[in-house]
Design a protein around this ligand. Structure first.
Ligand code: BTN
Length: 252
């Protein structure tokens, strides 16, 4: 059988058939990791999603990856990084011939308005020290029928776009794009990716609701600004900006 993770040099790669969460595992491994090291799994039993949600990752149906990165300038330098991760994943898919994948702010991958992949960036570090990041990607390839009902939102799978003939080539592309784009982000910041992100934005120009706790704001999505904030055009034409945190975006 095809073995996941082969061909991935020079970064360190750890391949684990079944694990609780690759992000959790890689966070615990930080002291022995180098920038760019990757952990892959076939299945997670306690996959983590954003906002404390669970992430369902059945055996063989997903590409499950965590990548370690470090920012010497500390936590503040990480602002906008997760947007770049989304772009890198979309571009890697394109490079492998899978076209038409889009982004939902801040970093979900969308295919035809349904979720194809999720990204969870977890950080650790102390004030004044470097920021350690574990960047987790869960990408639906072809989900086993019996697991599909466990996913509680409209979802898509990569197999809709064509046959997945080589998972390893996909992983190699993904890691390559992530490493290159993260390095460029460190040099140039999020502003350098603004146009590219806006081109891939599924909701750009569409009517949306932005939820912040109990509050809800209606308007038209207008992409991101040079800080990576989501721009919302209100009915009167006024532009409101939203920066990460506990903000989420919904169709109207
Ligand atoms: C989300 O959309 O809520 C984010 C999902 C992130 C899932 C990936 S799978 C690999 C890594 N390990 C985890 O436990 N979560 C991330």
């Amino acid at each position: 059988a095809e073995r996941l993770g082969r061909e991935l040099a020079p970064s360190r790669v750890e391949v684990i058939p079944v694990i609780g969460s690759t992000n959790q595992h890689w966070l615990a491994a930080i002291p022995r990791l180098d920038k760019g090291d990757v952990c892959l799994a076939e299945c997670q039993t306690a996959g983590r999603g954003r906002r404390g949600r669970a992430w369902i990752s059945p055996f063989g149906g997903q590409l499950i990856l965590s990548l370690y990165w470090r920012l010497e300038q500390g936590m503040a330098a990480a602002m906008g990084l997760s947007l770049v991760v989304g772009i890198a994943v979309v571009e890697a898919l394109q490079a492998r011939g899978f076209e038409g994948v889009q982004l939902k702010w801040p970093n979900d991958l969308y295919l035809g308005g349904r979720k194809l992949a999720g990204i969870l960036v977890e950080m650790s570090g102390t004030a004044g020290g470097p920021c350690h990041l574990v960047i987790g990607v869960g990408l639906n390839l072809l989900l086993p029928k019996e697991e599909q009902t466990r996913i509680d939102q409209p979802w898509a799978e990569l197999a809709e776009l064509g046959e997945i003939t080589d998972r390893n080539a996909l992983v190699v592309a993904l890691v390559g794009y992530l490493q290159r784009y993260l390095a460029r982000f460190e040099r140039e910041g999020i502003a350098a990716f603004r146009e590219q992100w806006n081109r891939l934005d599924y909701f750009n120009g569409k009517p949306v609701r932005v939820l912040m706790g109990e509050q809800e704001v209606h308007g038209r999505a207008r992409g991101i600004d040079d800080q990576g904030a989501l721009l919302l055009e209100l009915d009167g034409g006024e532009i409101k900006r939203f920066l990460g945190g506990e903000v989420s975006l919904r169709p109207q």
